[in-house]
Design a protein around this ligand. Structure first.
Ligand code: XLS
Ligand code: NI
Ligand code: NI
Length: 437
């Protein structure tokens, strides 16, 4: 069955003047930007959960995204149909990667053993699809938040029996990811946090979470999975407070529990803004610590206080992301995964194409702009110059630990009042706009 008949074979690049809404206007996969092609820089992935199993259900209303691939009453049949639709979509869109949770691709069975069998069957089918289409797995993950048993957390649950369920699920999800040649595996702790501290031993829960991660690292080694493991910061939702609240909290967690070097971060735009940070801040903090691994590309709504997971269309945002990406030297195992969903009124399958085309075009433009800003060099030169004093004899003595408070006292007595220099924020904002506009 063909699920997306409106797209005959593939979405093509037609250039900025095209009026075809089912063509790329900026994303030209093979176009070279510096040393790499656009496709090599951006490494787009489509997420399975929002795009193929999201229903549009909200607390006020029933599902609106009623999909032709979800029509079969038998859950296993439905899973195979969904897989067909997904790989048709990936191929027609021309993305290289996909991402999934165990429960997205295969339904839960009546018990753990049946759930594992279901997953194995769908992994086998997905493997065939990957070989047929050439689409690869960016990362896999386990849904440790949807089943009611996880209501009080998965690895951070007060009950070790629940911990065991979560760990067993991670074992199979890791093996599934490995079987599919996944480049990475993500831990997003959807319920690894608390609703109220009155019933919570926060110290113990964080230790439990770290234990699960150490166990997963050991299992990855046992099965020979060499992909990158990531944790994904998010401050809240569904919990009131999630332990992986932002990049700096994750960094502290990784250092505290001896996990640095084993995990990197998968950073999501809407999670950054929920944490009260810009995406630029989160990426910068991770990049400086050497743990910027992958990106969940989406956008929030400035006026709404939850994870709206919208498609990124703002070129200013994609430019700042691309600047961090270029400054890092590009992805190694990571990519740009559209962890984004169409609005519940956009209920037709074709809306999924419009959404992804828009996101890919916005990133293509952002990449071109960021590359030109880097080539131009004025922004970097300004920042370097702003700190130039630190390369002088006094600045070097301070930073090498040679200078004492007495030396500072002597320096001020000899040199008097420092000159104030403008931060030139508006000048720099205009400089960025020279390229964006
Ligand atoms: C939810 C998260 C989730 C992870 C994967 O907010 O973004 O989708 O990316 O579990
Ligand atoms: Ni995400
Ligand atoms: Ni999210």
């Amino acid at each position: 069955m063909v699920y997306f008949p409106e797209v005959a074979d593939r979405v093509h690049y037609e250039g900025p003047s095209s009026r075809n809404p089912l063509a790329f206007h900026h994303y030209d996969a093979a176009k070279r930007i510096g040393a790499k092609t656009m496709a090599e820089h951006l490494r787009f992935a489509v997420c399975y959960w929002h795009t193929f199993v999201g229903t549009g259900q909200d607390p006020f209303g029933a599902p609106t995204l009623v999909r032709p691939w979800a029509a079969n009453p038998d859950p296993m049949r439905r899973a195979y149909d969904t897989l067909d639709a997904a790989f048709e979509f990936f191929s027609k869109l021309g993305v290289e990667y996909w991402c999934f949770h165990d429960r997205d691709i295969a339904p839960e069975g009546i018990d753990h053993a049946e759930s594992c069998r279901n997953l194995e069957a769908l992994v086998k089918a997905a493997d065939g699809k990957q070989k047929e289409t050439g689409v690869k797995l960016l990362w896999g993950t386990a849904s440790l938040f949807s089943n009611p048993r996880y209501q009080a957390g998965a690895s951070t649950n007060p009950d070790p029996h629940v911990f065991a369920c979560a760990a067993a699920q991670v074992k199979y999800a890791l093996e599934a990811t490995h079987a599919l040649g996944g480049l990475g595996y993500v831990f997003w702790g959807g319920r690894e946090g608390y609703e109220t501290l009155w019933n919570t031993d926060m110290k113990r829960e964080r230790e439990q979470f770290a234990r699960l991660l150490h166990m997963a690292i050991a299992h990855a080694r046992t099965i020979g999975f060499t992909g990158q493991l990531y944790i994904e910061p998010k401050p809240m939702e569904p919990t009131k407070h999630q332990y992986d609240s932002d990049v700096e909290a994750c960094l502290n967690f990784l250092r505290e529990f001896d996990l640095m070097g084993h995990l990197k971060l998968n950073i999501e735009t809407n999670h950054a803004t929920l944490a009260g940070h810009t995406m630029q801040h989160e990426l910068r903090a991770a990049r400086h610590a050497g743990i910027l691994g992958s990106i969940d590309a989406n956008a929030g709504d400035e006026l709404l206080g939850w994870d709206t997971d919208q498609f990124p269309t703002n070129v200013y945002l994609t430019t700042t992301i691309a600047l961090e990406l270029l400054a890092m030297g590009g992805f190694t195992t990571g990519g740009l995964n559209f962890d984004a969903k169409v609005r519940r009124q956009s209920h037709e399958p074709i809306d999924l194409f419009y959404a992804h085309i828009g996101g890919m075009d916005a990133f293509a433009r952002g990449l071109e702009i960021a590359h030109r800003i880097m080539e131009d060099g004025r922004l970097d030169a300004f920042v370097t110059d702003r700190y130039a004093g630190w390369s002088g004899p006094f600045g070097s003595d301070v930073m090498s630990g040679k200078a004492t408070l007495d030396d500072c006292d002597a320096y001020v007595r000899a040199n008097g009042e420092p000159l104030r220099r403008s931060g030139r924020q508006e000048y720099l904002e205009n400089l960025i706009n020279e390229y964006v506009l």
